[in-house]
Every structure is written in C-alpha cells, then in structure tokens.
Write a protein that binds this ligand. Structure first.
Ligand SMILES: CC(C)(COP(=O)(O)OP(=O)(O)OC[C@H]1O[C@@H](n2cnc3c(N)ncnc32)[C@H](O)[C@@H]1OP(=O)(O)O)[C@@H](O)C(=O)NCCC(=O)NCCS
Length: 168
C-alpha cells in the first residue's frame, strides 16, 4: 500500500505518443499496437489513468466499462519502478472508481505465461474463472480472472489507494 499520495491523472488522445512509448518500454513483445492505444484513448467507455514522473509516464492502467463490469485492458509500471506497490495502488484506484460507478465486477485476461502478473492479481484477490485457449493473436492462452467489488465506501477506498486524482 502506498502512502506517498502519488498523483494519478486521466489520459486523453494527446497522450498517445507518451503512452505508446511507455507501452514499448513495459512490454518486450506482444504489446498493444499504436492504433489500439489510440482507440482506447478515444473510447468513451474506456478510462486510462497514468502516473507521471520526471521522465514521462511511470505507470498506466487502461479500463473498459461494460455495464456493471469493468475490464482491465492493461496495467503496467515502468521496469525500474516495479515491486514498490505502484501496481497494487493502481488496482486499488480502479476499485475505487468502480465503487463510484456502481460497477460490481472487475474482469481481466492475463497470459498463462505471465507468472508475475498472475501472482500480482491473485494477491489482489482476483480468482481464475476459466482458461481461454488461443486467446491472444500470437497463440498464447489466457486466464480469465475476476473480482467482485464492494461499492460501499468509494472515498475511503480512494484514500486507501494512496492516490490523489486530478483531471487533465
Ligand atoms: C504486473 C505489474 C503491473 C506489477 O506492478 P508492481 O508495481 O511491480 O506490483 P506491486 O509492487 O504492487 O506488487 C504487489 C505484489 O504482487 C506480486 N508480484 C508483483 N510482480 C511480481 C512478479 N514479477 N513476480 C511475482 N510476484 C509479483 C508480489 O506478491 C508483490 O508483492 P511483493 O513485492 O511484496 O512480493 C508490473 O510487474 C508490470 O508492469 N509488468 C509488465 C506489464 C504486465 O505484465 N502487466 C500485466 C498484464 S497487462
């Protein structure tokens, strides 16, 4: 859990170059295409949150809202900032937002090969509810994971997440 009050902001289409650079930095292979990042940034059902650092984006999370379900399309932390609780704080921020939007479930897919991310999600309380064979275009399988959200006290959850939100 973070207690340093890191600043999260909502990203928009103007952030495309910075976010695509960050995508390349964080994902060695099998990253989102530039036009897919652009589509997410322009999609009204999607929300991209970023944490900026002195040298650009340090963490980013892309969410897609589908009724009472929120899908985590991506969450990533710059390689030199990992294992300091940033990813956890971002996911807690997602839960806070879901609480405010009366979203009851967070879903995600993760490659069965991405053992670090699987452990990260499990520790956050996500449970596997299926295997999606050949889910990715490059042939890897994915686990479908989900977590039910308690939407009672979004402000408290937000505070616990250790982030201060601001609009761009
Ligand atoms: C997955 C990711 C977002 C985690 O971010 P992070 O800021 O490093 O995560 P946290 O510091 O909050 O980790 C919390 C816990 O999750 C688990 N965890 C996180 N990364 C892990 C790893 N690589 N291997 C095993 N467990 C891991 C640990 O239990 C960790 O607690 P600990 O550090 O006290 O052991 C980050 O590793 C990342 O950006 N990876 C590349 C992109 C990616 O694969 N994203 C997920 C699929 S879209």
């Amino acid at each position: 859990m973070r207690s340093d009050g890191a600043l999260l902001r909502t990203a928009g289409p103007d952030d495309l170059e910075a976010l695509y650079r960050f995508e390349v930095l964080c994902f060695q292979e099998h990253r989102f295409r530039r036009d897919h990042v652009d589509w997410i940034l322009r999609n009204r059902q999607a929300l991209t949150l970023v944490e900026d650092g002195p040298e650009g984006v340090e963490a980013a999370m892309m969410l897609l809202f589908e009724g009472v379900v929120c899908r985590v399309l991506s969450v990533a932390v710059a390689p030199d900032r990992r294992r300091r609780g940033t990813g956890t704080a971002m996911m807690h921020a997602a839960e806070a937002i879901c609480g405010e939007r009366r979203v009851s479930t967070i879903r995600l897919e993760v490659s069965t090969e991405n053992l670090g991310a699987i452990e990260f999600y499990r520790r956050l309380g996500y449970r596997t509810d299926g295997v999606l064979y050949g889910y990715y275009s490059w042939g890897e399988d994915a686990y479908s994971m989900r977590k039910t959200i308690m939407s009672a006290e979004p402000v408290a959850v937000r505070r616990r997440a250790g982030f201060i939100f601001r609009n761009k």
